[in-house]
Design a protein. Structure first.
Lengths: 219, 204
């Protein structure tokens, strides 16, 4: 099932289920800041915070993905240690990394929107027959299209974070833009690209999990 | 002293439990950012105050040291990098701030139920239209409920994978993918059950 069909399905959830899914997204992003995966090639471990931001945007769509990130930012602003490095507090929004936090919010919206391009409102009952009636070649084409759309979405999401993060970093620390890029963009780009690729690769599986738990009869 | 799970609510009747949750939320919000910018002497005072509160409500701070293992791994990483970049003094100060925030947050969440937090936030955000304040309060309280559960879940999965020697002869990508899929499957299941339970209790 394509991401846009999944996003249409999510629209059929009741407000309570949507609230729980938004909270699930926010809690996953917060926990992601604590899951440090050591890399064999680098002394700096990978933290899964922005991986979960991209994944939740791909799976939940632009509105709920953005709401999840907003809730995560509120949780961090309240002082809970959920920002990268186990930090928290409203002061981080004014600090040098504040641009990245705002970037996360917009990144979720853009990732969800790009991944859901072509979404149409459709009821749950319409999903299964359409899926089943597709011939194998068309299904394969559809799967490739979904992958391409997801990769484009995460790429757009990653660059949106830097689009806000790097200028704010340069402004707050008085850096020239080349230095800001060297300090706040280039060192993190390889890790982010790995996480973005992983998010795009896992998204179809996670959509299937979500469907299984929340739409067991949708096929 | 009662052992405690990190960031979980511990029901009780201590004076700290009985304080109005709105005041506790205000105190938590006011003190947290203060500690992030305070000089070492004040931070020392706040640390003493926090431990005094732990003793007052009979919570064991030692059990948190055991429970919050992933957080202490982060603390060691923070200490190493800060020390290497800004010197040992800065490294120690930043790590103490981090550790203090963990203890302070735990103290707040251990003595305040998610239901109380939901009501407190809902009452502060009453001014928002269309019950938005209540909705935000509910979403925030569910996040605060799920956050420690997910922390425990990730630790449980990692422990189980280690015990079963899952990592031997497997690629790094395979292990990470497996971990994430198990984590997300259990997380979605937990969320599904939670939404059903809330619906049964009349939440909308």
């Amino acid at each position: 099932m394509s991401p846009n069909k999944d996003q249409s399905l999510i629209q059929t959830l009741n407000p309570l289920q949507r609230t729980v899914l938004i909270a699930l997204g926010a809690a996953s992003i917060a926990v992601g800041a604590f899951i440090a995966i050591p890399l064999p090639v680098s002394p700096v471990p990978i933290v899964l915070q922005n991986f979960f931001i991209l994944l939740m945007a791909l799976v939940l769509g632009p509105k709920m993905g953005t709401a999840s990130v907003a809730l995560y930012l509120i949780t961090g602003a309240l002082g809970l240690p959920v920002f990268a490095g186990g930090k928290g507090g409203v002061a981080h929004f004014y600090g040098p990394t504040g641009g990245y936090l705002v970037g996360f919010l917009l990144s979720a919206g853009i990732t969800g929107a790009v991944s859901g391009i072509g979404a149409k409102q459709s009821s749950m009952n319409q999903q299964k027959p359409v899926e089943m009636s597709l011939p194998e070649s068309k299904k394969r084409k559809e799967r490739v299209k979904i992958r391409v759309q997801d990769v484009a979405a995460v790429a757009a999401g990653v660059f949106t974070v830097y689009l806000f993060g790097v200028p704010w970093l340069a402004y707050k620390l008085g850096f020239h833009w080349t230095k800001a890029l060297l300090v706040g963009f280039l060192p993190f780009l390889p890790g982010d690209l790995i996480k973005a690729t992983a998010a795009a690769a896992l998204a179809p599986h996670v959509r299937r999990l979500l469907r299984k738990e929340f739409f067991p009869y949708a096929g | 002293m009662a052992p405690s799970l990190i960031f979980h609510h511990i029901p009780g009747t201590t004076p700290l439990h009985r304080i109005n949750p709105r005041w506790k939320l205000i105190a938590y919000l006011a003190v947290s950012p203060l500690a992030m910018v305070s000089p070492p002497l004040y931070l020392g005072g706040l640390t003493l105050l926090t431990f005094a509160l732990y003793i007052w409500i009979r919570l064991s701070p030692v059990s948190i040291l055991k429970e919050a293992r992933p957080l202490w791994v982060l603390a060691i990483i923070l200490l190493t990098f800060r020390t290497l970049s800004n010197g040992i003094e800065s490294g120690m100060l930043e790590t103490t701030r981090f550790a203090w925030l963990i203890f302070w947050t735990h103290l707040f969440l251990a003595s305040t139920s998610t239901g109380d937090i939901r009501k407190a936030i809902g009452s502060f955000l009453q001014i928002l239209p269309k019950n938005l304040g209540k909705r935000i309060g509910l979403a925030l309280s569910i996040t605060l409920l799920l956050f420690p559960l997910f922390l425990d879940l990730s630790r449980e999965i990692l422990d189980a994978m280690t015990l079963r020697q899952f990592g031997s002869n497997r690629s790094f990508l395979f292990i990470t993918k497996r971990f994430l899929m198990i984590f997300l499957r259990k997380a979605f299941r937990m969320a599904g059950s939670l939404s059903q339970a809330l619906e049964m209790r009349g939440f909308q």
